[in-house]
Every structure is written in C-alpha cells, then in structure tokens.
Design a binder for this molecule. Structure first.
Ligand code: G4P
Length: 283
C-alpha cells in the first residue's frame, strides 16, 4: 500500500503559523509518544529558531513506558525541554508551568535587564492533526482561564488565553502537517489514525500492524488474541477474526471487519501500551 498524506490547506496553515510565531516566545509542540519522530514536522525547527522550545510527549498513556523515558532523554539531549503528558486525563499537566518558566528564563532575564517587569510569556501550541492540541489547551488552560481578546498591536482576531500573570496562550493551535518520504513513516501515521482512513486498505494496514507486533510485542499479541503460532500474519488475522466472531454470511471469515477491530483496539490502547518507533543512539 502506498501511504500518502493529503496536503489540504497546508500552505495556508504554514502562512498562519509563520505569522503567529512572530508573536510568541515559546513553542509548545505536541508529539505522539507512540511515534515521537514520525509525528513531527522537522520544518518547525526552522520556523521556530530563536524561540524557546518545549516538547510534550502526549498520549503517553498509550505508549510503552520504557520508551517514553528514552524519548524524553532523546529530546533533552537535542536541547528541548520535554514533559511527558496525558492531555486527556490531565496527567503531567501540572508540571508544565514550572518547565515553561525554566525554558523561557533567558527571555525573562532579558526583559528584566531592560527594565520590563511582568511581561507575560506568550506561547503557541503546535502539532499534527489529532495529536491532542485542543484537548491539551482545554486541560492546561482549564475552566479558570480568561480570554484576553484583541489587543492593540496584535494581529486582528487573535485571542489569547491568560493562564496566569506570567503566561498567555494563543487560543488557536498551529497545525503542522506530517512530512515524509519514507513509507514506513506513513505507515506509522496510519496505525495511529493520523492519516485519512478512507484512502487506506484496512486489511493491508492490519497485516502491517501484525507484522510489527510479532517483531516487537509478540507476547502482547499472543495474550490479547490467544494466538499460538505467530509465523504468518494472514493466519494471525484469521485467528483474530475467529476470536472476535467476524463472519460474513455463510461461514466465511470477515477479514476486513477483523482488521478494523484490531486497528481500533490498537488505537485506543486496548491491545496494550505500544511504542511504534524507538530512539536510536546517535540519531
Ligand atoms: P487535535 O486538536 O490535535 O486535532 O487533537 P484533539 O485534541 O482533538 O485530540 C484528538 C483525539 O485524541 C481525541 O480523541 C482526544 O480525546 C484524544 N487524546 C488527546 N490527548 C490524549 C492523551 O494524552 N491520551 C489519549 N489516550 N487520548 C488523547 P477523540 O476520539 O477524537 O475524542 P474522544 O473520544 O476522546 O472524545
């Protein structure tokens, strides 16, 4: 299968992002903890040079705990501030405020030397579609936040959410688009549901996922679907179909249905906490 990303309103999104980046001190970039590299668009490093950078390893509840730690180290070594979060449950969110202050300490110091006191840090949330930007903004800003509305000197229509005296958040997140030439990256984006499912062959996707699980999480696969023989991906899919009672009229197995079930269960974490890519030393 050929994995493709529909560019959609990519150019518009990029232009908006360029405009918004001028207004902010800090970029809060969400990545998916299951695919921390494949869910990034590397252009953000160019767009965001000279800005403070914070990476949130989101959906960490769905990813393998061992690798969450390794990915944190990986990004820290690259000079990013990093926090592991679950935007849905709110886990990890409380620690962000302190990290933001730390990430922006140079700006705070610069302001202080110029005699500017208490100018809030301005931040923008960015990430690929479905990575959890809106969920995060809601969780981070909470109900207590107040929208500051338009301000003189700020492009018309921009809304800032005042989290506290020291921090304001642009209320519209920046949408990054996944970028890949490598089909393996496309496949991982498809596994987590960040690719338009309508263009995918669900059975082929399921077989690719099974192959990955056999190689990397064989015990998880065996346990969940009570599979013994893991040599042949198609046979495993047939077993899953049997286990989940997927039959067409007659007694023919419905492999498409079984594929959808496997992918859905994977995406919501029922198969287990699974990381799809691993940090390489010296990468
Ligand atoms: P976006 O703005 O970046 O496009 O993403 P959005 O916040 O809409 O989140 C996309 C989906 O990811 C939502 O699920 C959301 O609940 C889920 N999500 C966000 N953060 C986390 C997380 O840390 N862990 C988990 N497990 N899920 C997360 P949905 O199915 O679209 O909605 P719902 O069923 O949760 O209501």
């Amino acid at each position: 299968m050929n994995y493709q990303w529909y560019p959609g309103h990519m150019t518009k999104a990029k232009r908006m992002m360029e405009e918004n980046i001028k207004l902010i001190d800090l970029i809060i970039e969400l990545v998916d903890a299951r695919i921390p590299l494949s869910s990034r668009n590397p252009d953000i490093d160019q767009l965001g040079k000279n800005k403070s950078r914070l990476i949130l390893l989101n959906k960490s509840d769905l990813a393998d705990q061992r690798y969450n730690k390794q990915w944190m180290e990986y990004f820290k070594e690259k000079g990013f501030y990093v926090v592991e979060v679950n935007a849905k449950s709110g886990s990890g969110i409380k620690s962000i405020q302190g990290v933001v202050q730390e990430a922006c300490k140079e700006k705070i110091e610069r302001d202080r030397k110029r005699g500017i006191l208490n100018r809030p840090i301005r931040a923008m949330v960015v990430g690929i579609p479905n990575v959890g930007k809106s969920t995060f903004i809601n969780s981070f800003a909470g109900k207590a936040c107040t929208k500051t509305g338009n301000k003189p000197g700020v492009t018309k229509g921009k809304q800032w959410i005042r989290l506290n005296k020291g921090l304001e958040l642009l209320d519209t997140p920046g949408i990054l688009w996944p970028k890949f030439e490598d089909q393996a990256v496309g496949m991982k984006l498809a596994f987590i549901g960040s690719m338009n499912d309508e263009i995918l062959h669900v059975d082929e996707l399921a077989l690719d996922l099974i192959k990955f699980l056999v190689e990397n999480y064989v015990s998880v696969l065996k346990e969940r679907f009570e599979i013994e023989d893991t040599r042949d991906a198609l046979k495993i899919l047939e077993k899953i179909a049997e286990k989940r009672n997927c039959y067409k009229k007659g007694q023919e197995l419905d492999l498409m249905k079984a594929s959808s079930i496997l992918i859905d269960e994977f995406r919501c974490g029922k198969v287990g906490r699974i990381t799809l890519e691993f940090p390489q030393v010296n990468e």
